[in-house]
Design a protein around this ligand. Structure first.
Ligand code: G16
Length: 541
């Protein structure tokens, strides 16, 4: 029974940095999900195709999955591979798309944004390579949402997604799979599980905080069951529709309980957290926080210690706002280095073309060519592999890294839920001032260059403009400002701050202290308080 439902365009269905994210009630409103999903199918085609479907388990995930399945069937899809309970972490979904050579996948997640009836929901489409749809494709989907007049829906009962195995929805096959098994098997091919197991057996203690989000079952299976970490290593390991009221964003502000434990008495050797859909990670040593930019650099310098990367790396890619720490490693290794706009989708071509093996972002994203998404548990396992082989603490590894490469002090300050017009006015004024900035001296530092970052993809030649304002100083310090593309409320201003210290002195400062002049210069140049009324950031990472 396939019905064609008459609908009309709904404004604002434009995917942001990573898919379409809105308040849950917006997504649950009449025709909203359906219009967007039909627009996806209209652009990529569904007839005879196979897609993966899963999400991070947030509120509305289960209902949305049934709607998407009925629409896929109505649009003629041949087969859907669905995580049990409609659950899949984003990296696991990416892996399933690749493993099964499917035509792509639909991921239901608003990532690190809170979940619940009044919080956030999201939908994104990933391509057959397992990666987020590139801008050209998301633009076409958006355009389709502005023209849509009808969508197709199959009239049917719910598919029992709790039951692993083959189901049928009309002529469409629905294969419900365990969300963890294939992903865990992939991890076993990349990392030295016996070495990590021996480290745990020797008394190594870890805390893994899944923030009541999707990685819980993955972490318990891999860390506790397969690697022998003590029972209870994984906390907040049961995914909940509202993430237990937590904000599942693994950073020092939102993963405060983990930070307190890692900086307290009797701290474990290693701490880690992941986000709503399992693609982000934060790692913390005993008494030392690892910034995501440093994490990428350390992993790039040590990846060869893991079996999956023993042959070395082809190159390292980072997003523009991410610090240049990884570039120094790439230079030392004599491998390629790439600087892309914010958004994991920009790494896809570099990974597919074999130009980059490791990628990372300041926004707690690290990953490699094993999938086409960033991967929280993968990064945590690579750290564990490095720790198991080097038999040093996180603090020792970081200290040695800085002594060798110098230290890129780094921080991001977020100013959240600013009125959009005020944030836009600030960025417009800043853009207008860029040409006059070179040569100007602020806080004793001379501005060497200022621009709005534009990127030409080295593989397909596509150009992305206006990806963030950069102010570069003669001493290597840097300020970057851009507005977030993942928020659902007003505008979030992201202010990225960087300062390089070559050493050997001055490598052990507190990052905020080391960056103080750069922070003052940023406020001065962008007039943040004058435009937004804000003096202090809401989140400091
Ligand atoms: C997404 C993207 C990342 C990006 C991050 C922050 O992550 O996949 O590439 O760095 O958002 O983007 P923005 O600064 O525009 O908010 P996630 O984990 O939310 O999917």
């Amino acid at each position: 029974m396939i019905t064609t439902v008459t609908t009309a365009p709904i404004a604002g269905q434009k995917p942001g940095t990573s898919g379409l994210r809105k308040k849950t009630p917006v997504f649950m409103a009449r025709h909203y999900l359906e219009n967007f999903v039909q627009s996806i199918f209209d652009v990529v085609g569904a007839a005879g195709k196979t897609f993966v479907l899963g999400g991070d388990g947030r509120y509305f995930n289960d209902r949305a999955a049934q709607v998407i399945l009925r629409m896929a069937a109505a649009n003629g899809a041949a087969r859907m591979i669905v995580g049990q309970g409609a659950i899949l972490s984003t990296p696991a979904a990416s892996h399933l798309i690749r493993l099964n050579k499917t035509d792509g996948g639909i991921i239901m997640s608003a990532s690190h944004n809170p979940g619940g009836p009044d919080e956030d929901f999201g939908v994104k489409f990933n391509m057959p390579n397992g990666g987020p749809a590139p801008e050209g494709v998301t633009e076409a989907m958006f355009k389709r949402t502005t023209e849509i007049t009808e969508y197709k829906m199959m009239e049917a009962q719910d598919v029992d997604l709790s039951a692993i195995g083959r189901h049928q929805l009309g002529p469409m096959i629905v294969d419900v799979v365990d969300p963890v098994t294939d992903y865990a098997a992939l991890m076993e091919t990349l990392f030295d599980f016996p070495a990590i197991r021996a480290m745990f057996a020797g008394g190594f203690r870890m805390r893994m905080d899944s923030m009541c989000a999707v990685t819980g079952p993955y972490a318990v299976e891999i860390l506790e069951n397969r690697l022998g970490a003590a029972k209870g290593t994984c906390v907040n390991a049961t995914p909940l529709p509202d993430f237990g009221g937590m904000h599942p964003d693994p950073n020092p502000t939102w993963a405060k309980a983990l930070m307190d434990e890692m900086f307290g008495a009797n701290a474990p050797d290693f701490g880690a957290a992941s986000d709503g859909d399992g693609d982000r990670n934060m790692v913390v040593g005993r008494g030392i926080y690892v910034s995501p930019s440093d994490s990428l650099a350390v992993l790039a310098a040590n990846a060869q210690l893991a079996p999956g990367y023993a042959k070395g790396l082809a190159g390292v890619a980072r997003s523009m706002p991410t610090s240049a720490a990884a570039d120094r490693v790439a230079d030392a290794l004599g491998i390629g280095k790439f600087e892309t706009p914010t958004g994991w989708k920009f790494f896809g071509n570099l990974l597919d073309a074999g130009k980059a093996t490791l990628c990372g972002e300041e926004s707690f994203g690290t990953g490699s060519d094993h999938v086409r998404e960033k991967d929280g548990l993968w990064a945590i396992l690579l750290w564990l592999n490095v720790l198991a082989v080097r038999k040093q603490s996180v603090a020792e590894i970081l200290t040695e890294h800085w002594a060798k490469y110098g230290r890129n002090y780094y921080s991001r300050h977020d100013f959240e839920a600013i009125a959009t017009d005020k944030a836009d006015a600030m960025i417009t004024a800043l853009r207008g001032s860029l040409a006059s900035l070179p040569g100007k001296v602020v806080e004793g530092m001379t501005i060497a260059a200022a621009d709005d970052f534009a990127y030409t993809d080295p593989v397909d030649g596509s150009v992305s403009q206006k990806q963030g304002v950069r102010i570069l100083f003669g001493d290597g310090s840097r300020i970057v400002l851009r507005l977030s593309g993942t928020g659902t409320e007003g505008a979030t201003l992201r202010l990225y701050l960087e300062r390089y210290a070559a050493g050997p002195d001055g490598l052990g400062l507190d990052a905020q202290e080391a960056l103080a002049p750069v922070i003052r210069a940023a406020h001065d140049l962008a007039q943040i308080t004058a435009f937004t009324g804000r003096t202090e950031p809401d989140v400091v990472t």
